[in-house]
Design a protein around this ligand. Structure first.
Ligand code: ADP
Ligand code: MG
Length: 321
């Protein structure tokens, strides 16, 4: 039941997904058997992350399939970036309402291009029929002692963010209002740039890191809870793109999801290395606040010195359920 007819299913996998992504010598067996066989080098741990995108919840059902393929992998690459891991292997569970070859070809191309750019091989998956749902599991490698975890932030650490905040939320708001965001803004929502090289470069420098998928307030909140610390954010320091800055709405940057930038903490003595890393990677890195040890609150200082209490704490799928 609910499986595509077997011949068609294997043809679909063979046509679009077998051999997708970068060639890797550590793939002993890829798509086509009951399991993939992968070689994990000694001294490395597997970093594993899984994300599901549901049509109508995470993306517009009619969205560009090439962009959707890109985003499917980008959100998981962002998780690995936030751990300082090197991406390696992916598996893909696809639930499709129908087998549409043009849609599948574009989706696979978007996924495959980003996979090759990051040295990732698609090594397996599952294909079923049903409401459009895409689950990708990404595996990467990091020496366990070098992983950037959420629980390492210390009082006095500076808080940094990469790139600019709130662009994806603004693009989404524009689309939901029936307007057409300009191409650059739309790309921030539909084709996020995972900060993989940045995460890798922050090994040994950052005390804690997280990627921004639910908004800075919610995601930094996870770091604070895991580390048992509080923080002060200076809102006038938040890096905003032009369109977001023009809105004068802090909630875009604080509670807007889907930016896939990194937020990380490091002692002030590492400022020079961090700025040099940002310069080498061509990635804007901005200090936005400080970790505090006196309580576990997140305090957001407005430009006039008063405190804003962020109300929306990110998207919760089960809020009110
Ligand atoms: P099984 O029934 O043994 O789980 P499947 O029929 O589900 O095998 O899949 C056959 C092969 O195709 C497996 O190697 C599986 O990993 C791979 N595969 C299935 N769907 C996908 C997909 N969407 N992307 C990549 N590989 C897939
Ligand atoms: Mg299967």
């Amino acid at each position: 039941m609910a499986k595509a007819e077997p011949g068609a299913e294997f043809a679909l996998i063979g046509a679009h997904f077998a051999g997708l992504g970068a060639a890797r010598e550590d793939v002993l067996l890829g798509v086509g058997d009951d399991c993939a066989l992968l070689r994990v080098p000694p001294g490395q741990s597997l970093a594993v992350s899984l994300d599901t995108l549901v049509a109508g919840v995470h993306f517009f059902p009619d969205c560009d399939p090439h962009a959707l393929g890109h985003k499917t992998l980008a959100v998981s690459l962002s998780d690995l970036a936030a751990m300082g891991a090197e991406p390696a292997w992916a598996t893909l569970a696809l639930t499709l309402p129908a087998s549409d070859p043009a849609w599948l070809a574009a989706f696979a191309a978007g996924l495959g291009e980003l996979a090759r750019a990051h040295g990732v091989r698609l090594v397996g998956g599952d294909t079923t029929r049903g409401p459009l749902t895409i689950t990708l599991q990404l595996q990467g490698l990091v020496p366990p002692e070098a992983a950037l975890r959420r629980d390492g932030a210390c009082a006095g650490d500076r808080i940094w963010v990469s790139g600019t905040l709130g662009d994806a939320a603004l693009a989404l708001a524009e689309l939901q209002a029936g307007r057409d965001p300009d191409a650059a803004l739309r790309a921030r929502l539909e084709r996020p740039t995972p900060r993989v090289a940045l995460g890798r470069g922050l090994r040994g420098i950052a005390s804690a890191a997280i990627d921004l998928s639910d908004g800075l307030a919610a995601d930094l909140g996870h770091v604070l809870a895991a580390s048992g610390v509080g923080a002060e954010l200076r809102l006038d320091a938040l890096p905003l793109g032009e369109a977001v800055a023009a809105r004068a709405d802090w909630s875009l940057a604080l509670a807007g999801g889907d930016d896939y930038e990194l937020c990380f903490c490091a002692p002030p003595g590492r400022d020079g290395e961090i700025l040099a890393l940002g310069q080498r990677l061509g990635c804007r890195l901005t200090p936005v606040g400080t970790i505090r040890g006196d309580d576990d609150a997140l305090r957001c200082l407005l430009p006039d010195g008063t405190v804003l209490n962020p109300t929306r704490r990110g998207y919760d799928h089960f809020a009110g359920a």
